[in-house]
Design a protein around this ligand. Structure first.
Ligand SMILES: [Zn+2]
Length: 62
């Protein structure tokens, strides 16, 4: 699942960055490289989003 990337959009400045799904699983927070705003990746909303990416990865492997 390293090949699959998720797009994170900064809630403060709108800066977009792509991170591998495996990175999202290992990190609870993303800090924007543009403005320094922290994005909490441990929220239920993010958990669901990350899980949907993981599910998509599993679909590819079948
Ligand atoms: Zn930002």
């Amino acid at each position: 699942m390293d090949q699959v990337e998720a797009e994170i959009v900064c809630g403060q400045c709108g800066h977009k960055v792509k991170k591998p799904v495996s990175w999202l699983v290992d990190n609870a927070e993303y800090v924007c490289s543009m403005c320094g705003q922290g994005e909490d990746l441990s929220t239920p909303e993010w958990k669901a989003k990350i899980q949907s990416y993981i599910d998509a990865c599993n679909d590819f492997e079948v």
